[in-house]
Structures are given as C-alpha cells and as structure tokens.
Design a binder for this molecule. Structure first.
Ligand code: NI
Ligand code: MN
Length: 227
C-alpha cells in the first residue's frame, strides 16, 4: 500500500483496489500541496471528529466520488442529510469492510461543527486503527495524552500518525510518552506548523523517538511511503 501525508492531519491510503482518506482537509489546508481535483477516486472517507481542519472537504469528496463516510454516529447523521452513504461506528467498535478492518479508538478532545457561528454537537472524537493488506495503521486524530494508548501496544502498529503541535493536542513531549506506550514500528508526526499556535519542531521529536529505538519518519506534506 501507499500512504501519502497531505499536511496537517490528512492522510491518503492507496490500497490495491480502494482508496481511503483520513481527515480530508485539502482545499483550505495551507500545508496541503494538492487540491481535490488532484486526488485519485476516493472510496472511503474516515473522519476523526467534526472540527473544520479534519472534516474539511468530506462532503465534496463524498458527493463527487460516491465515497462512504466512516465516522461516529453523530457525524454520520450530520452528513447523511446530503444524501451521502455513511457507515456509523463508535469508540471501541470494529468492523470489517471490503478493504480491511477499522476500529475506533478513544481521543481526548472535542467534536463539533460550526453552524451560524455556534457549535453543533458532532459526537465523541476518535482515532482510527486500520488493518489492511497485512499492515496496521494508527491515526490518533486530535488528542491529548491518555493512558488508553497503552492498549495499542498489543496491536503491533506498523505506522502511527501522532499529533505533536500542542495547544489543542499533545505537544511533542507528550507524543514521545505516547510512543513509549504504543511502541509502533514507525512514527509520523502530524498536526503541527499549520498555524503559529501549533508550532513544533519535528526534528526534535524525531531525536527523542529514535532514542527509544523506534523509527520516526518526518513526512513532508505530499510525501508518500510504501508499506
Ligand atoms: Ni480538533
Ligand atoms: Mn485539529
């Protein structure tokens, strides 16, 4: 499979038959090097929570590509009014799709969409544990550090996408603690340097992670890794 980082928290996963996108913040994402029109056909859109920097272009992609939205029940109900196909799930739940499995993991954060300047409830925020083509991908979503991450160690995660930008999510030091608990094969820092308020040094994070004998790949927005 090919895994492409699109900046902020957006990740594109290209499998043999299906393309998945997590947190498709594309057109308004100052770090994303591509626009919607440059993406391959998307079959599944996974959304960690309702905030605009994650929900992004989900509705547009779902409409143009006929993609299925995988998210918590409340977010799915929200997008379903647009005539979009959804697969509602919730934290702790796992389901087998035609490409592999998805499990929703806990995230310590908020989840809402803004309508008429007021927040609309969008369910519990989550992370995703995806298993496909024999590989396990963990995308933490937006979260603070939580002991629950210890439970991910037994999953033998191949690649973990962890926020390091602070303010709304873990800073790099808390993300290092998360790495100690999760023990993934590769770590990729996300959710930093999109805006001044989430400034972080990914090279410092890499230094700390590699002290733990764990590989850290600082992916440039647009960069692809093959798993
Ligand atoms: Ni958020
Ligand atoms: Mn965010």
């Amino acid at each position: 499979m090919k895994v492409r980082y699109l900046g902020h928290a957006a990740v594109l996963i290209q499998l043999q038959e299906k393309n998945l996108i997590i947190d498709p913040f594309i057109n308004d994402n100052p770090c994303c090097p591509v626009k919607l029109k440059d993406l391959p056909r998307i079959h599944y859109i996974l959304i960690t929570h309702g905030h605009a920097d994650h929900f992004g272009d989900a509705v547009k992609i779902a409409k143009s590509d006929g993609a299925t939205v995988i998210a918590n029940f409340e977010l799915c109900s929200y997008v379903a009014r647009h005539g979009i196909t959804t697969h509602p799930m919730h934290i702790g739940g796992k389901y087998t799709f035609d490409f592999g499995t998805v499990k929703l993991t806990p995230a310590l954060h908020g989840s809402s969409l803004i309508e008429k300047e007021l927040p609309v409830y969008a369910g519990n925020p989550c992370g995703f544990l995806i298993e496909a083509e024999g590989k396990k991908i963990y995308h933490a979503g937006d979260t603070g550090l939580t002991k629950d991450m210890e439970l991910l160690k037994k999953e033998n995660v191949d690649i973990a996408f962890l926020p390091i930008g602070g303010n709304f999510v873990m800073d790099l030091w808390d993300a290092v603690e998360a790495v100690k608990m999760i023990q993934p094969k590769i770590v990729v820092p996300i959710h930093y340097n999109t805006w001044e308020v989430i400034r972080a040094d990914p090279e410092r994070f890499k230094q700390e992670v590699e002290r733990l004998q764990i590989k850290c790949h600082v992916m440039e927005p647009g960069e692809t890794v093959e798993l």
